[in-house]
Ligand binder design. Structure first.
Ligand SMILES: Cc1cc2nc3c(=O)[nH]c(=O)nc-3n(C[C@H](O)[C@H](O)[C@H](O)COP(=O)(O)O)c2cc1C
Length: 175
């Protein structure tokens, strides 16, 4: 089978990770895949902020959970690394650009045996004071929206296979 296709269709979101560290070489490949994504008008006005220290991931998790009113049972599923993909809100393609970059990183990670998940809660709460203070401390530009967090790590449990709807594909051949 075509290797790219095989990689695409076998990727699953993962919500349970081991403690195994992702090597810097592999992380660099994943980030290179992220910045190689297409971007509207080639603006590349995004930033990829990498957090590797578990204490820092836990701190962000706590602040996001509180700001999203989900403090009780909220977590990022304890990944080894998170990558925050942010962009200037003036760029109307910010979310689309981030989505292309996130999927590139997920697929690169998967090809290296590293699992991933999109964490979505940050995008609407970046300007909550406690959240913005943390984002500032990471060097994320103060006007940026974090469109997505990429969880990365080795899977403790293989992600559940979901059924992909085939009937969403429509050919217009008869006109
Ligand atoms: C825009 C977007 C936001 C998502 N947000 C979350 C999230 O916050 N938490 C989560 O566990 N999964 C999240 N996911 C993962 C989806 O739940 C997952 O992609 C979907 O169930 C299909 O499963 P698959 O990725 O294994 O194909 C998100 C995915 C996308 C594309």
């Amino acid at each position: 089978m075509n290797l790219i296709y095989e990689n695409i269709i076998s990727r699953r979101s993962c919500r349970s990770f081991t403690d195994q560290e992702i090597s810097k070489d592999n992380l660099d490949l994943i980030l290179k895949a992220g910045i190689s994504a297409p971007s509207g008008m080639n603006r590349q006005s995004w930033q990829f902020t990498v957090i590797r220290k578990q204490a820092n991931i836990a701190k962000l998790e706590k602040v996001v959970g509180k700001a999203a009113n989900r403090a009780e049972n909220y977590d990022f599923y304890a990944p080894n690394v998170i990558i925050l993909v942010s962009n200037d809100p003036e760029n109307v393609n910010g979310l689309a650009d981030a989505s292309c970059a996130m999927e590139n990183m997920f697929l690169m990670a998967h090809s290296l045996g590293i699992a991933s998940c999109w964490i979505n809660q940050l995008r609407t709460i970046c300007d909550v004071e406690e959240v913005r203070e943390l984002l500032d401390s990471y060097g994320i530009p103060s006007n940026h929206i974090v469109w997505g967090i990429a969880d990365l790590g080795y899977a403790a449990e293989i992600g559940k296979e979901v059924v992909k709807k085939e009937n969403v594909i429509k050919f217009v051949d008869s006109l």
